[in-house]
Design a protein around this ligand. Structure first.
Ligand SMILES: Nc1ncnc2c1ncn2[C@@H]1O[C@H](COP(=O)(O)OP(=O)(O)OP(=O)(O)O)[C@@H](O)[C@H]1O
Ligand SMILES: Nc1ncnc2c1ncn2[C@@H]1O[C@H](COP(=O)(O)OP(=O)(O)OP(=O)(O)O)[C@@H](O)[C@H]1O
Ligand SMILES: [Mg+2]
Ligand SMILES: [Mg+2]
Lengths: 260, 260
């Protein structure tokens, strides 16, 4: 039984990549088999785990365009049961290339096709997505069983969340992915000292209720530092508030799976 | 003599919209005629100035698709010489719609065409762009004389900057916009207390030298609060560190124009 979770929010800089890397790592540390798919041409999830794809080396772009087999593109990471499907800036071409080639329904279903064969090998598959509602994010939402939505406790984040939820609803009702659910809403970079952060957090919980994780991720400089060492937070600074928060999140994430 | 400046960086959440609103407002407060163009479907620059476009009302989407004249879509703001060309989520359709219609060279030149007539009416035209290198940002880089690049003093930001500079270079050398220059690199959300912030700032100044503004924008909660009141920082909290920083930036921006 494997679950595919897309980590998405079209608002930029809200903690998608940081959550993708550190939730995947925390679950892998608990001996679950986890695949992290980097679907962003910025390739931050890849570099955040110390993986850089050289010219012509296999990456997700070559897998989606059929040049390389999925198995050849997978990379091991510093955590034994965490595997990465890396990205590179080549992926940016996919948004334009795909549009001019295949008919639209096929364009959005490419990733789902390629990941179908991976379900037997992993307990969880996470997809880090770029800050847009374009073809790449659409591919992720078509491939996923659920979507986890990181957000900042900031004004613009609240506005964007409504737009994002509309998109998810559309994907369900138009039959593109009728079984897509919301995995949860995660408050990131929370700073309890400011009114803004507390006010937006309260508003989000009022509006989205149980969907919002009890665990919140505090602003913690160690989380900003760890990608420059190519390590997830639990390897870079296990005693930090950031590491504790993502370990708590992993526990809460698993508890929600049991409730079904 | 009018100048068109695109405020761009494909990395998300680095301060593009906050800089667009507050630099435009600071210059307008000095009695310069300023137009702020919101080219992001998230429409954060619009809502940050208290402007919401209703169903079917004129916005940049209707201007670019030729349904509305530019003059009808322009909105006044709380600052007399600051005018806004607002956005709405309709704009997201443009990336797909444009691609299927016109040949590629025309697709990217649409905004440049529409803004040509505006140069006589404004001293400065700023364009807020979404966090991607797609067709909307390409339109902005084709229309602009220069590009101002906000960035955070964070690890991922450093990596993305190289990718962004490559794109600007390509636009120049491929003849799409041969005269496009870099207006400057602006360090945002700077927190002098952390090593990460200081280290990345030093690295950026070493790498980009004079291109980096001496003015940096500190992390300041008032900047996060002001959009929820629909006001630029100089109207919401003139005594704050955020307001002081954007007024200093406006001065440094103007000084650079004199040097030519
Ligand atoms: N809780 C946190 N505390 C401190 N810094 C953080 C935290 N979470 C993320 N960061 C930093 O904030 C920046 C934005 O986070 P991140 O890159 O994960 O967001 P994103 O949503 O993936 O961005 P994009 O929209 O560009 O993909 C990064 O530099 C990251 O290191
Ligand atoms: N100097 C600052 N101090 C504190 N908060 C800030 C500062 N600058 C921006 N912010 C807040 O940080 C968040 C990200 O900033 P902003 O939306 O301007 O970035 P952006 O680059 O336009 O994002 P996107 O990539 O989604 O367009 C916003 O909630 C904003 O209010
Ligand atoms: Mg990211
Ligand atoms: Mg923005």
């Amino acid at each position: 039984m494997s679950k595919i979770v897309s980590i998405s929010n079209q608002k930029g800089g809200v903690g998608k990549t940081t959550t993708s890397i550190n939730l995947a790592a925390a679950l892998a540390a608990a001996d679950l088999k986890v695949l992290l798919v980097d679907l962003d041409p910025q390739a931050n999830a890849s570099s955040g785990l110390g993986v850089y794809v050289g010219e012509g080396e296999p990456d997700i772009y070559r897998v989606l365009t059929g040049h390389t087999d999925m198995k050849q593109a997978l990379r091991q990471t510093a955590i034994p049961s965490l595997t990465l499907l890396p990205s590179s800036s080549d992926l940016a071409a996919l948004e334009v290339e795909l549009v001019e080639g295949l008919p639209s329904a096929q364009r959005a279903g490419l990733l789902a096709q390629k990941l179908a064969g991976m379900r037997d090998h992993f307990d969880y598959i996470f997809i880090d997505t770029p800050p847009s509602l374009g073809l790449l994010t659409l591919n992720a939402l078509m491939a996923a069983d659920s979507v986890l939505i990181p957000m900042q406790a900031e004004y613009f984040a609240m506005e964007g969340l409504g737009q994002f939820m509309n998109t998810v609803e559309l994907i369900r009702t138009e039959g593109l992915n009728p079984s897509l659910t919301i995995e949860g809403v995660l408050l990131c970079m929370v700073d309890d000292r400011t009114n803004l952060s507390r006010e937006v957090s309260n508003e989000v919980r009022e509006y989205f209720g149980q969907l919002v994780y009890e665990t919140t991720i505090p602003r913690n400089v160690r989380l900003g530092e760890s990608p420059s060492y190519g390590k997830p937070i639990i390897l870079y600074a296990i005693e930090s508030k950031g590491a504790r928060a993502y370990l708590d999140l992993a526990e809460e994430f698993l508890r929600r799976q049991d409730k079904g």
